[in-house]
Design a protein around this ligand. Sequence first.
Ligand code: CMC
Length: 427
Amino acid sequence: MAKKSMTFTDNTTGKSYEYPVLDGTRGPSVVDIRTFYKDTGMFTYDPGFTSTASCESKITFIDGGKGELRYRGIPIEELAKNNTYLEVCYLLLNGRLPDRQEAEAFDLEIRHRSFVHEGLKNLIESFPSAAHPMAILSSSVSALASFYYEHLDINNEAEYQEMARRIIAKIPTLAAFAYRHSLGIPFIYPDISRSFTENFLYMMRAYPHERMKITPEGEQQVSQVEIDALDTIFTLHADHEQNASTTTVRGVASTGAHPYVAISAGISALWGRAHGGANESVIAQLEMIGDVKKVPEYIARAKDKNDPFRLMGFGHRVYKNFDPRAKVLKKLQDQLKEELHLDAKLLEIAHEIEQIALHDDYFVSRNLYPNIDFYSGVILYALKIPRPMFTPIFVIGRTVGWVAQWIEFKKDPASKIARPRQLYTGA
Ligand code: CMC
């Protein structure tokens, strides 16, 4: 038996069973109950996995009590301040930050891989123009699996790293195409002279054959302030350990399906408003409230157990303190207020909600703090990104996390098909 263990006693039979307790490098220890059913003939019951560690991981660490988030050991605040999103991608995939040469090579490769097969254009064009870009993204990423179905040997480092870089590079192009399709305007192909984040804004905004320059002037230009803001948003979304969409990706991976199909399933899981869809709902909610005077009325509705209304952008399964990503974005909001002409009315309503909620016993006693989605929407709005594209922005940032977790799952000898059991209460 391991040094630390936990004993479980069945009161009916009086039998005791001992289970090893495993320590991680940080965070709560876990009770290893893998033989529990074999030993006791019983299952454990944990809807929503509130007490379950589904895997061992070395990628991301969250301390929900302290409000701490680290990628590969590095605090998110440092990465948001000192590194580009692509450097963070390299870190998540390789376990360390790149040196200058490695960063340049990675950046160049991502630029070259940003084009998508012309067949995907036909697929996207077949969607109704009112289709939500998340539906188009999920379908086109799934379709990518049929264009790249070879060279996926998990024992071959070069192959799966190439698979990872390819999907990171193509996601912004697919997202921009999905957006332009909804407007019925021609697709803009990637311009490899532009950086990852600039290129995405360019593909969203440019006119065909237009050469846009980085200057803060002019309606159709992409400014460095905008590029930096969006790059930070991508970094803050890059990974978040075993959240609902990542658990979906690992679940699909466990059946042996293609990694891009697993990521497509992750996109679908992210779409819901309890998860990534919240960023779109936050702005919709602020617009619905419409006036700072109406905030108390909506706070009262959020507290009313008979009303399904919830404050979007508040609460988190893991954070029982300020979401550290939200802190970075709140600071960014303050910095960009003037530069990006953030919507003063929306900001005023958001500020009032935040102030009331942070002092109201309902929210305080339940540890309901603003999360990342509460602040990202107002910035994305100022970047002239339309509301249905908010969750696709989350997808662009999170793709690296999903693919890094897919790789980790595949390499872990303890991985098994995800197959929980149930407490049957039917006829
Ligand atoms: N407004 C009002 N009450 C809330 C809210 C909210 N936003 N969130 C939780 N509560 C209450 C809930 O009613 C419950 O109260 P009680 O204990 O009296 O029954 C208590 O707080 C605990 O909530 P829960 O639903 O059991 O918590 P959970 O961990 O299952 O859910 C959550 C977490 C994020 C789904 C939930 O807080 C929520 O729906 N928030 C709004 C949506 C949102 O902002 N989602 C984005 C999450 S951050 C981005 C990401 O990583 O996906």
